[in-house]
Structures are given as C-alpha cells and as structure tokens.
Design a protein around this ligand. Structure first.
Ligand SMILES: *Cc1c(COP(=O)(O)O)cnc(C)c1O
Length: 364
C-alpha cells in the first residue's frame, strides 16, 4: 500500500526505553533498573494527586469535562491570563501538533536550533514543511535572526531551557529578538523545564503573561510531565493571544484530556510546595554530577533543567557508553543521533544517582 509522500521523510520517534523493555531484553530485575532517560520527576508526583485520582476513579464511565473548567481556571489564575488565552493538550506535544497543522504546510519553513526537541521536526514533516536549523546547538539569536531573514519561516521554535542540552536563553534577549519578528510568524516558546530555570536564575524566567501581552504572534508551552511528575497522565498547555488559541481549537479533538488527567493536573498545580522541593532537590543532586564529571574530565553543559548533558571525549563513543550502561540496567539518552557525542542523564534520586556514578565509572 502507498501512503502520503510526507511520511517517507519521517523517522519514528524513539522514546526513552521503558523499564519493562530492559527487563525483557537483558533479563535484569525491574528493581535493579534505573531509568534516567526521559526527564521525569524522580520523586513522582504530589501525594495529593494520588488521593484525588483515586477519588475520581468512580467517574470513568462518563466522558471528561470537555470545557476543562477546573484546570483552565487554575492555570489562568496561576499565570494571570484569561481562560480564552489557554489551550490544553495531551502533553504539550499535542499543542505542538496543533500549531504546526494550523500554521504550516508543504510550502512552509520551520526554524529551530541545530540540536533541540525532536518532535518539532517530526510534526513539521507531517505537513511536508522544510526544516531550517541554526548552526549552533545553543539558541543564538544572531543566528536565529539571520536564518529568519534568509528563509522567512512560518514558525520559529525557541526551546528554553533546551532539551537535550539544558541551556537557557535570557528573557530580555528573547524579548529583543521577538521585537524584530513580523507579526505573521508564529514563535513558539517551549518552557517544558521553566520551573527549573526560573528557580536557578531569575534572568531566564519567562512569564507567559508578559510574553502574550507584548506579542500577538507568540505561544508559550508548558507541561505537567516534568517538574509536576505527571508524565504518565499526558497534560500540557499553550498560552497565547486569543486569535492563536482560536485557530488551534479548530484542530483539537473533543475530550482530548481524560477525567483522571484533568484531575491530576489541577491538584498538582495547587501543590506548589511539592514542585519547589523537587526543583531544589534536583539542583542539590546536580552538583554531584558536576563534581563527578570534573573528576572524570568530562564536560557538562551548564543545565537549567532536571537533566545533565555529558559531553564525552572523542575516544569514547556515546552510543557505546549508553549501550554498556543499558546492559547494566541504567537507561540514559544517547545523543549521537543529534550529532553530539554526548549522553543526557536525568537527575534522579540520591540512590539512583549513586548507582549511576558507580556503573558509569565501571563502564568508563
Ligand atoms: C518533555 C518535553 C515536552 C513535552 O512533553 P509532554 O509530555 O508532551 O507534555 C515538550 N518540550 C520539551 C522540550 C520536552 O522536553
């Protein structure tokens, strides 16, 4: 059977390996496996979420509240925006899908950093758009501006902090860049790790309200999958001017968020103390990674996220290292597919991290 031509240029996204797969493939006991590959919160989620979800289990026969009243109200109040300036997706991934389909087609160009979140390219390829990348893996606004001038892209993706490198842009520099972009170019600010960046350095914090007040052509994305510890519930959101949100709503399937997920996200958002504690512990633990890497002579990209990117020496191949670790039950992300000789490691619990340091030393 033949399929759309656009599919020929798409490679299927390879998600971080689930623990069950490593159990099956390598015969390692599930209890001995440490998964540090998908930037999940090693503390899990707020205990209040677990209780709330249990209470909702009796409601599973009915369709979810498609207006998402409670979660929208909570998000609007958290970010000091209007509910009509919000859209909620099954992960912010789904919002990325909506905005690509709303704005791009086979004649479009989509601009992004040399090394960034893989889903931007995959969704752009769904519609047959051309991908333009800046030369550097960091987000350098001089490079973004030059590419914008040369290619006139329909969409620009700014991932800050960036996945998989962990670096973040300065809010003021971002605003200066946005002032130079015409109002018909959609600029996406993906803040999947913003809770971490904002804690580490206020200069990196981007407030969605200020962003959308100043710029009609910008959408801010957030997610419950990282700091909030709800990767399994699939909830993310977009914040933008009403006209952008209206366009995205045309693409949203009804009931795209389940009853349990809506409840989980609403309760998680209210437990600010849990998120703060998660972020603090993450950066405490990250110091051990920095010390460890320095001892091993490995460089670490300064990270504003819950993961560290270890840049290896030329004689060590990241794919070999990642595979050797996998055989020892440690799942990390090899970045060779991104053109970097590096591995990305999620900062885990103190025990998980100790285990990683031990095994990593052995493998080296
Ligand atoms: C994890 C992540 C997302 C989205 O995750 P969802 O689980 O789909 O909400 C988006 N952008 C970046 C950069 C991420 O790392």
């Amino acid at each position: 059977m033949t399929f759309n031509n656009t599919l020929k240029n798409i490679t299927t996204y390879e998600a971080g390996k689930p623990i069950e797969l490593v159990v099956r493939e390598f015969g390692i006991d599930a209890a001995d496996i440490v998964k540090l590959a998908s930037n999940e919160n090693p503390k899990g989620c707020s205990p209040k979420v677990q209780e709330a979800v249990k209470r909702m289990v009796s409601k599973m026969a009915l369709y979810p509240d498609d207006s998402m009243f409670a979660l929208k109200k909570a998000l609007a109040s958290r970010f000091n925006v209007q509910e009509r300036e919000l859209i909620i997706g099954a992960g912010s991934d789904q919002v990325i899908e909506f905005l690509i389909h709303a704005k791009a087609n086979e004649n479009s160009k989509v601009l992004m950093s040399a090394v960034t979140f893989a889903m931007y390219e995959i969704y752009a390829r769904h519609v047959g758009a051309t991908i333009i990348r800046t030369p550097s893996y960091e987000h350098r606004f001089d490079e973004f501006y030059a590419a914008y001038k040369a290619h006139a892209p329909e969409i620009i993706f700014i991932c800050t902090p960036n996945n998989p490198t962990g670096d973040a842009v300065d809010a003021q520099e971002l605003y200066r860049f946005l002032e130079q972009i015409d109002s018909n170019t959609l600029v996406v600010i993906d803040g999947a790790y913003m809770e971490y960046a904002a804690y580490k350095d206020a200069a990196k914090a981007i407030a969605p309200k200020e962003l959308i007040e100043r710029f009609d052509n910008v959408i801010y994305l957030g997610t419950f999958s990282k700091a909030y510890g709800l990767g399994g519930m699939r909830v993310g959101y977009g914040i933008a001017s009403e006209s952008v949100i209206e366009a995205l709503y045309k693409l949203r399937p009804p009931f795209n968020i389940t009853t349990l997920s809506l409840e989980a996200a609403t309760v998680a958002l209210a437990d600010e103390a849990f998120v703060l504690e998660s972020v603090q512990e993450c950066f405490e633990q990250m110091q051990h990674f920095e010390t460890f890497a320095a001892k091993q002579g490995i460089s670490v990209i300064p990270s504003y996220t819950n993961f560290v990117t270890l840049q290896l020496h030329n004689e060590q191949k990241s794919s070999d290292l990642a595979f050797a670790l996998l055989k020892k039950g440690i799942i990390v992300r090899d970045l060779s597919g991104y053109g970097l000789n590096a591995i990305r490691v999620t900062v885990g619990t103190p025990e998980q991290n100790r285990h990683f340091f031990e095994q990593f030393t052995a493998v080296l």
